[in-house]
Write a protein that binds this ligand. Sequence first.
Ligand code: GLU
Length: 491
Amino acid sequence: MTEEIRVRFAPSPTGYLHIGGARTAIYNWLFARQHGGKLILRIEDTDAERSTEEMIKGILDGLEWLGIDWDEGPYYQSQFIAEHQEAARQLLASGHAYKCFCSKEELEAKRELARTRKEDYRYDGTCRKLSPEEIAEREAAGQPYVIRMKVPEGDGAVTFTDAVYGEISKRYRDIEDFVIVRANGQPLYLLSNVVDDARDRISHVIRGQDGLGNTPKQILLYNALGKKLPVFAHMSLTLDPKRAKISKRTHGELVAVHFYREHGFLPWALVNFLVLLGWSNPDSKEIFTYEELLEAFSFDGMNRANSIFNVNKNDPKFITDPKAINMNAHYIRTMPLEELEPYVRAELEKAGLWRDEFAGERREWFLRTVDLIRARYHLLTDFATLGRPYFSDEVEIEIEAKARKKNLDKFPGLREWLPELADRLEKLAEFTPERVEAEMRAFAAEVEVKPGVIINGVRTLITGQLAGPGLFEIVETLGRDLVTARLRRPF
Ligand code: GLU
């Protein structure tokens, strides 16, 4: 019987789902789905000070928005503290751990000595040598103690094969007798994490490379507790352009999943982008459907080198990595219109531009217009900002300064010509792109300017913009009434 694949996403609730966490969740999710396994969601909330319900909600909302579903949980690590303590008692009983009574002051003095000698400090194992009588005596005297792992002595090493980083070996002598339970009885994270993973029968631990350093210690814990080792697969980290780890503390909102949601990202575009931060495939393919990712994803393609996420908090115009924006633009441009429709609707609703007829008698017009304008859009929010002239029937649409300068101010004659052109368009028997174009060209010839002067002037006065789709398609979309009304407005 093949072993059941069980993976987990185990965020500490530090405020919200950030994109590094999202990437970890995505890899776990893909791996689970690929193998018909289970994804367990576990909130590692034992650091009670930092954990609030709101922070947990931020994580759950982020996952839901991305479309990452889990099969079990959320479990909360804090519910299992008694189990973690029980594991520590077991380790004491089996001789794999010991009570350490060294005081803070004693340890600090030893640390200081190592500093002056320019040596690495490692706990020297003083209490490892205590006799049972000495231990009993100190306990009877009410001396506080921590519990430490008894790391094997001698020339041996902990050796394991990481699915991404390959064989890793750490000598016993380089691992200190690490604390597993604090003096106040609180288990340390390293222990809790192992106990929880063992209880949840996690088969593969897929997590950030920053966990790699802890893995040898955790392996000692698994072995001492008699638990089966999972496969470890560490993912390279995502760094900012200055090579600092991306984090809430340094980058604030810019690395929060909800930031992308609010700024007009499609969830799948963000998933696709994040998957490529740290994973690649032999064909260098970049755009993936869910099914294609399930097919292609594997640990082999995971890069050992850290990836750069081009977040630039100093530039307010630059909301995020241009690659992420281009990925989003790709999906906006190419996804089935009916799938894009609800997202555009939501943006227009937020901006007060939505009208029910866009889903009713004008739905066909609405979809055609979305299709016409989306080719140049990068963010969903563009539908409400750049798309405003198309969805609003205001006549006094705002004119971009650049467009005004280039297409209107340079040709003062337009002040007379454009209202005249409006009269002509009003009288056209048929208001089709072909007829409008012929009329505009004829009009330009009459007033003796190049057709471009009229065409660009019209574009700017009816959309307020310098660039966009073909003018005659715009004219058709806006319709005769709006086009003529906008052409008659003073500017
Ligand atoms: N709670 C840890 C974190 O958020 C997860 C570590 C792990 O996956 O083992 O960094």
